[in-house]
Design a protein around this ligand. Structure first.
Ligand SMILES: Cc1cc2nc3c(=O)[nH]c(=O)nc-3n(C[C@H](O)[C@H](O)[C@H](O)COP(=O)(O)O)c2cc1C
Length: 363
């Protein structure tokens, strides 16, 4: 027994492992694919914190099947990463199958995930992303063609429907399973809600009851307790976390601790600084590597990395005192040294708050 609460015992971890084909994901709380965010530097940090499944950013199947260099660079991974899935979009079963072959031939991925939830017009105009929800039969054929083309598990990430008036996630999940997918992830919101609005746990519970393949629930999870509650209330096999991990990769460490009945371990300021520095430095190295093959003469690699880092930086420092005043300046900083000096200033301003950020133990 690892807790003082006599009514609750933790001889077994609280979370049960998620199985996707041959993969065992334990604990079953995974990092969502997020365009512009889930590049190698952030993925590596989440994995260091104990996240057992991550995805690349979204890539076009068309570009992958042609091995187009600007597309292929999104499939670069850091040494030691994994398990890791690619996250591809497209609408043509043959192109998706060809992309699956190319991805498998790279020998670095553990699964291939199909985007069936992106509402961005650039994607939906072509019938891909969430527009595929309007064509469950095409989606079934895409999955079946990919399953034929690769030995890697094929999964699908989708939503509840295109809009409240078109809630067809059950039909879509049926098509996905019929096609031979190894799992389905459901962002329990409608495409018209983008990333806002309430998460429909009843719908997750319904699809989980209807399907035989593992179901991964997604939406609004920002703590281990949220993930646990989603699993308890819906029976989903896994939980996917998006924005809750941005600026807070420590969430994955706490998921592991929570599962074992241990207290959370919020980051110290020194740790937060070290993670920010690691993230930015790694991003710089990634950009510098890209520049060797696709040179950008307008900006230096350091400038590009600092610009690309801005979104993450906002998340890392969110809610801290003095950030608002500093943010404008911070967001114009284009050298790693200047960014880190700005970060130090924010952390110094907030140092006295350290004690109040300590959380209570998990019960
Ligand atoms: C910046 C950003 C980029 C995203 N990019 C993708 C994407 O490329 N593919 C996808 O399926 N979902 C994408 N999403 C949606 C997330 O994967 C996730 O489904 C959504 O954020 C809901 O989870 P959350 O409430 O935990 O954030 C993105 C979300 C954000 C915030």
């Amino acid at each position: 027994m690892r807790t003082r609460d006599k009514q609750v015992t933790f001889d077994e971890p609280r979370f049960k492992a998620l199985a996707i084909g041959p993969l065992t994901i334990d604990p079953p709380v995974v990092l969502a694919p997020m365009a512009g965010y889930t590049r190698a530097p952030f993925r590596v940090i989440c994995q260091q914190m104990g996240c057992r499944l991550v995805y690349t950013e979204m890539v076009t199947a068309e570009g992958v099947s042609r091995r187009s260099p600007p597309t292929m660079r999104y499939l670069d991974i850091a040494p030691g990463e994994g398990p890791i899935g690619t996250h591809i979009y497209g609408v043509d079963p043959d192109a998706m199958a060809k992309a699956a072959e190319v991805i498998e031939s790279l020998g670095r991925f553990d699964l291939i995930d199909v985007n069936c939830g992106c509402p961005v017009p650039k994607v939906t105009r072509k019938g891909a992303g969430v527009a595929l929800m309007r064509q469950p039969e095409t989606l079934r054929r895409i999955v079946a063609a990919m399953v034929q083309a690769t030995s890697l598990p094929v999964t699908v990430k989708t939503r509840l429907g295109v809009s409240r008036e078109q809630c067809n996630v059950s039909e879509v999940a049926h098509a996905v399973e019929e096609g031979g997918a190894a799992a389905i992830a459901i962002h329990a919101r409608f495409a018209t809600d983008r990333h806002a609005g309430s998460v429909d746990l009843a719908a997750l519970k319904r699809v989980k009851a209807e399907r035989g393949i593992p179901v991964i629930g997604n939406g609004g999870v920002t703590s281990p307790q949220d993930a646990f509650a989603m699993q308890q209330k819906t029976g989903v096999d896994g939980v996917m976390v998006g924005r809750g991990a941005l600026g807070n990769p420590w969430l994955f460490r706490d998921v592991n601790r929570f599962s074992n009945g241990e207290s959370p371990a919020p980051p110290t300021d020194a740790e937060r600084r070290a993670v920010i520095a690691q993230h930015l430095e790694h991003l710089y190295q990634v950009v510098a590597e890209w520049e060797k093959t696709l040179p950008n003469r307008k900006y230096t690699s350091e400038q590009v990395a600092c610009r690309m880092f801005r979104g993450h930086l906002s998340y890392y420092l969110a809610g801290m005192r003095g950030v608002r005043q500093l943010k404008k300046r911070l967001m114009k900083m284009e050298s790693i040294e200047a960014v880190m000096a700005g970060v130090d200033e924010v952390l110094r301003t907030n140092a006295s708050d350290g004690a109040s950020r300590q959380s209570a133990p998990y019960l």
